[in-house]
Design a protein around this ligand. Structure first.
Ligand code: DON
Length: 570
């Protein structure tokens, strides 16, 4: 109990009052936020940029695009223009949700066996940190697509704050300084990254110092002036291709010019009368979120008790089944027919629930490589909500923290290593310990399978209730699942739902990863049933959520990231 109260006290919530347009989230501890809009992200300056756009009359999409470009400056390890992601947009007037897929695409030179060595084993160094780990970036196309279709402001308006942050410098937070320190070896190996992010002696910028990013400011300015074509066919494209070629990479101008954004139907399901919508393939997130909710709906979880052994057992077994299906059936739907309807079918879930033994752990039945949880996992999620009830739930990434560590010389931004999200070889685990087969093999212009799960929940009357999502690689789906269950099943507010300790299981390795706060009693009961527990070396995920309680919005930035903040617009 003491722990829970402590956690709630550090929960990052914001309150808006009449005399202040925007209030820093950490300043107050009122759980509810009244206001006409809200932005929650992993970095406070970026949240404030989004809230300022709302305060100026922009809609949730304008705020999301502004926040996305701002994070590319203030959170370089995951915010990006050199990566890709997914944006769910709820359009209040049309009562419709669109899923914008701006995931990276493999270049046309990509081949199924491109990361195999002479012995036929996956060369993980090349797949994760080599230049060919970089897939064609989608972020600029995706954010500008969202703005042009659904925003109300000009490109210049929404990009101006990011340009100013890059040009005028940002104060280096402990979070930024420490993460650069942690990744120094990889980033210093690249002269462009060394120049952009480190001091001349190779040390990370000190906490409280200023980080100026003039090349990035110039790149953002060119994109602001000329739009998407600047990135995919202009000077920025030239710089990108030159950098990639200098490392011996294949990705070229034709690849960049071939990039396309795809609007997809979100995958939606129901949970006890609420509608849940999330990202469809090429993310596995939506399909398995719905699949697990469908399985779990077969039991009265609330009466079992939150994080009781009986509840956790059902959670673990649902996860085990979903991740087994993920490895077989999920991939880019433009290349592989993903059985979305079958996997999200209530009947299939009911049969799965029936097969789950309630007295002993299930059996994952083979041996596989372990999760490599020591890798720093960095993706980032943010949510925006405006006064008209438009909502955006966005997750984007470079894949690993700082991508493959290589920056585009002269352009000031990092390249992704998203190619590692493909299955480089049947049965070989990727950087998140995930397995894959034919559905997710490498092919030219294919999108690597993702776990990113931007999600929206709607009440029975169709009105939006909650926007959430998380970083965390393979753990994203289970983190979002537990946040939704905490909120929908256990009646927690979004701050409590965020704070509650989490677990993760992904079929292989056959282990339950857990956060501090999962009780020793529950673990002892589950261990006796055959479950194997391993303390997660890092926290599991970091959700950035907004929820609505009647006319009040509550923003909850996850305390698992020190610079995360909710910012409200009055
Ligand atoms: O798309 C995916 O599933 C991964 N590239 C996400 C990577 C990630 O979440 C890393 N960090 N938290």
């Amino acid at each position: 109990m003491v722990v829970r109260i402590g956690v709630l006290l550090v929960m990052l919530v914001a309150q808006v009052s009449a005399d202040q347009a925007i209030i820093d989230a950490k300043a107050r501890f009122h759980p509810l936020l009244a206001g006409s809009g809200m932005v929650v992200s992993q970095e406070r300056l970026a949240s404030e940029v989004g809230a300022a756009i709302l305060a100026e009359g922009g809609n949730a999409i304008d705020a999301a695009v502004a926040t996305g470009f701002a994070l590319a400056v203030t959170l370089p390890r995951a915010g990006n223009i050199g990566g890709g992601g997914f944006m769910l947009v709820y359009l209040a007037e049309q009562r419709r949700t669109v899923a914008i897929d701006y995931r990276e695409m493999a270049p046309r030179s990509a081949r199924p066996d491109m990361f195999l060595d002479a012995q036929g084993n996956v060369d993980t160094q090349r797949a994760r940190f080599g230049i060919d780990a970089t897939a064609i970036p989608g972020t600029v196309a995706g954010l500008l697509h969202a703005l042009e279709r659904y925003g109300s402001m000009s490109r210049e308006q929404v990009m101006a704050p990011a340009i100013a942050l890059a040009a005028n410098g940002i104060r280096v937070s402990a979070d930024l300084s420490e993460s650069l320190q942690a990744r120094a070896q990889r980033l210093l190996a690249d002269p462009a990254s060394a120049g952009y992010f480190y001091r001349a002696d190779g040390s990370a910028p000190a906490i409280g110092s200023q980080l100026y990013q003039p090349d990035l400011a110039a790149t953002l300015q060119r994109i602001s002036d000329r739009g998407r074509d600047e990135f995919y066919a202009g000077k920025t494209a030239d710089l990108m291709v030159a950098t990639i070629a200098s490392h011996g990479g294949q990705l070229d101008h034709r690849d960049l010019a071939s990039y396309r954004v795809v609007e997809r139907q979100p995958v939606c399901g129901s949970y006890r009368g609420n509608t849940v919508c999330a990202m469809p393939p090429p993310s596995s997130g939506g399909v398995h979120l719905i699949q697990m909710l469908n399985i779990l709906e077969n039991w009265d979880l609330r009466s079992l008790g939150h994080n009781s052994a009986a509840y956790l057992h059902r959670l673990i077994e649902s996860m085990r089944r979903a991740y087994a299906d993920r490895s077989r059936y999920l991939g880019d739907p433009d290349f592989y027919q993903v059985p979305v309807l079958a996997l999200t079918d209530k009947g299939y879930a009911a049969r799965s629930a029936e097969q789950i033994p309630l007295d002993k752990a299930g059996d994952s039945a083979a041996v596989a490589p372990g999760l490599e949880l020591q890798e720093s996992f960095e993706t980032t999620h943010y949510s925006t909500w405006d006064r008209s009830g438009n909502v955006v739930s966005n997750t984007y990434t470079l894949n690993f923290s700082y991508g493959n560590g290589k920056s585009v010389a002269g352009a000031g931004f990092l390249l992704n290593n998203e190619m590692d999200d493909f299955s480089a070889k049947r049965g070989a685990a990727n950087g998140f310990g995930l397995l894959g087969e034919e559905a997710n093999k490498i092919e030219p212009y294919k999108r690597p399978l993702s776990s990113m799960t931007p999600a929206l929940v709607f009440a029975a009357d169709g009105q939006p209730l909650l926007a959430t999502g998380s970083p965390g690689g393979s753990t994203i789906i289970t983190v979002v699942l537990q946040t939704l269950l905490n909120y929908l099943e256990f009646g927690m507010n979004i701050a409590e739902a965020t704070a509650a300790p989490r677990i993760h299981h992904q079929w292989w390795p056959d282990k339950v990863f857990w956060e501090q706060g999962i009780s020793a009693d529950s673990r002892a009961i589950l261990t006796a049933m055959g479950h194997q527990f391993e303390l997660a070396p890092r926290v599991l995920g970091a959700t950035m959520s907004v929820s609505r309680q009647q006319q009040w919005l509550q923003g909850a930035a996850d305390y698992r990231r020190s610079e995360a903040a909710a910012a409200g617009a009055y």
